[in-house]
Design a binder for this molecule. Structure first.
Ligand code: F6R
Length: 636
């Protein structure tokens, strides 16, 4: 019999999984608030260890709300931050000092004297002594009562990168390349990210009486799996938390995805077999055995913990053929539905034969990067395709591009009308704006406007290449994006209204959207939330009842085979055409402002992804295609 904890037997750290990061953040904030109040009731000081980065933003937001709405006071709270870049001035917009004040300290009643953040502006010769004092000060307060942590993709906690010792204390460290790449977005380029940092040590962290580590989104799933289920090793410093007696890891659906009990529940016992799990298990079994679906035997199922699955079917063959057909039926060359064909086993309806389609593109190039082949097919097959570019994408354009375009404008105006005044001054102003901009600082409105227009021109060129008339490209310029910084505004009614108005005007039969469901912070996720909110507003509109919503994946990852409801094959020629459409986005070629850790260009990533989906279908025993674009249907 499977015991209560049987399914967690591979897990070495206590963890809880929430459906959304916002709910997880709230639960962490509640535990912190309870502790602060408990200490207050006894007249004690509450010592909190705090972290920065994207993960704890939701927690700080909740704490600020509790202070403002429920009167939670921080008068008895002393804080110690984990780390700070080195060297950095506290008033730099990139410092953790700045971050903590922006997200928390400026909005609560903490005594500024109780705030401790490692100093990033010391002479290097002073650092060692300072770090020892930081340790001593923590001890003086009786140690940290509750430490919150995020986890880096390298497995770091604080800035304790791979190789850190379990007994390490507060010290100056060199940042890992991956960590600097992850921070590059905030600093407008990796070259601007400091190479060093002061961080509490692993030993310092392990002394905390209670530790809450949070991780949100799929990008953390691999490292979370290793932290919770792997062996303790300096290679993944977060595994040292396995030695701590009072740690809870707080996760959402995305970050918990690779825990064995979630990813391969049949290996840990007590698996509930629904269609989704069965599909995943069969695909996984094919990968383990190197066999196509129709060659899987009873023995294969038995050897891989799936005997209870096959007993539910009259024979292994029945199960195999059912799964084979399910996958076969996802494949269609008619993403808008095939006219005059039986559509009972097809992903899309045959009628109406000519559909109105709205393709939402979070940035101006996601349409062609993520579904360029399907976009071209939809248009060529006679559907009325509209593209809605949700944001201007203006922070991702290099300054040199702006000068090039301003120069072009200047030359053009000069050649047309020598008496025209103003353009020279404008050109000079743009050049000065860019020259005067400090490293990693925000652009002026004029520069941002040009950057947005550059991307708009590229998006139009992409649409024209596909064959769309100009009026079918809609530039929404959603206000939440327009901060000029990586940090965006919250979604407003205006964002939703712009989207609702467009959908009402077109009344589409199909909506395509970037479905980066578990990325809690990125622009793609916010753009998707705006669409979900718009659909909520529109839920009683008659036309919406006849509308299918298809989710594609953004530039970074692909759907798992078990998620795919529609697979659109691309021939080698079609793949080449897609590449050419992506090439219209010249400002995003040959190196981009936000490169991330993947050195490949967007067209290369897209092709690799589409080719590997096709390869997987082929390995499962389905037809062999050059490439496949994948979609998941969203039911609302
Ligand atoms: C922050 C810190 C880091 C981050 C980690 C995750 O003070 O020390 O360990 O917690 O890099 O960062 P995010 O949350 O941005 O993914």
């Amino acid at each position: 019999m499977v015991g209560l904890h049987e399914e967690k037997r591979f897990e070495k750290i206590h963890n809880v999984v929430f459906s959304e990061s916002s709910i997880g953040s709230r639960s962490i904030a509640m535990e912190i608030a309870d502790l602060i109040r408990h200490k207050q009731s006894k007249g004690d000081v509450c010592v909190l260890g705090l972290a920065t980065g994207s993960s704890p933003k939701g927690v700080y937001n909740e704490l600020v709300k509790m202070h403002q709405e429920e009167g939670l006071s921080f008068h008895n709270v002393v804080t110690f931050n984990l780390d700070e870049y080195f060297p950095i001035a506290p008033n730099s917009s990139h410092s953790y000092w700045h971050f903590m004040h922006e997200y928390l300290f400026d909005h609560i009643d903490i005594d500024p004297q109780n705030i401790n953040i490692p100093k990033g502006d010391l002479q290097e010769s002073e650092v060692r002594k300072y770090c020892l004092e930081y340790e001593r000060k923590i001890e003086l307060y009786g140690g940290i009562d509750l430490q919150i942590l995020g986890i880096g993709r390298t497995g770091h906690i604080g800035f304790n990168e791979p190789g850190s010792h379990v007994n390490s204390i507060t010290r100056l460290v060199t940042l890992d390349q991956v960590t600097r790449e992850d921070a590059a977005g905030d600093f407008y380029g990796k070259e601007n990210v400091p190479r060093k940092a002061i961080t509490m040590g692993i030993g310092t962290i392990l002394k905390a009486k209670r530790i809450l580590l949070m991780a949100w989104g799929e990008s953390k799933a691999t490292v979370v799996g290793r932290m919770i289920e792997g062996d303790i090793s300096g290679e993944i410093p977060a595994t040292y938390l396995q030695q701590h007696h009072n740690t809870t890891v707080v996760l959402d659906t995305g970050s918990s995805a690779y825990l064995k009990r979630i990813y391969t529940p049949w290996l840990v016992g007590g698996c509930k077999w629904d269609d989704f799990t069965t599909k995943r298990a069969v695909v996984w079994l094919c990968q383990q055995t190197g066999k196509p679906i129709l060659k899987l035997t009873e023995r294969d199922y038995n050897d891989h913990g799936m005997n209870d699955l096959i007993t539910a079917y009259p024979s292994t063959y029945e199960l195999n053929i059912k799964m084979f057909n399910a996958l076969q039926h996802t494949i269609t060359g008619w993403p808008g539905g095939k006219p005059n064909a039986d559509d009972s086993q097809r992903p899309e309806r045959a009628l109406p034969a000519q559909k109105r389609v709205v393709l939402f593109s979070p940035h101006p190039d996601d349409d062609v990067i993520s579904m360029g082949g399907t976009f071209i097919r939809l248009h060529d097959q006679g559907h009325e395709v509209h593209v809605a570019y949700q944001t201007s994408g203006n922070i991702a354009v290099f300054d040199e591009e702006v000068i090039r375009f301003a120069d072009f404008y200047n030359e053009l105006k000069n050649s047309q009308d020598n008496k025209q005044s103003g353009q020279k001054e404008f050109y000079q102003k743009i050049k000065t704006d860019i020259l005067n901009k400090g490293t990693g600082e925000m652009d002026t409105d004029d520069v941002r406007r040009i950057k947005g227009l550059i991307r708009r021109g590229e998006a139009r060129a992409g649409c024209r290449f596909v064959g769309l008339p100009d009026e079918r490209a809609h530039f929404l310029d959603l206000p939440f994006y327009e901060t000029g910084r990586v940090k965006k505004l919250p979604i407003s009614d205006e964002d939703v209204k712009i989207t609702v108005d467009l959908l009402r005007a077109i009344q589409p039969h199909q909506i395509y959207a970037a479905g980066d469901l578990s990325d809690p912070h990125g622009t793609h996720r916010v753009c998707l939330d705006v669409i979900f909110k718009a659909l909520e507003v529109l839920k009683d509109d008659e036309w919406l009842k006849d509308c299918y919503v298809w989710l594609y994946r953004g530039a970074w990852q692909e759907w798992g085979i078990e998620d795919i409801d529609m697979a659109v094959p691309l021939s080698p020629d079609e793949l080449m055409k897609k590449r050419q459409a992506i090439f219209k986005h010249q400002s995003q070629k040959d190196g981009v402002v936000f490169q991330g850790t993947d050195g490949r260009e967007f067209w290369q990533r897209a092709e690799d992804r589409n080719r590997s989906t096709a390869k997987l279908y082929d390995q499962l025993g389905l037809a062999e295609y050059e490439a496949i674009e994948a979609f998941k249907r969203y039911h609302f």
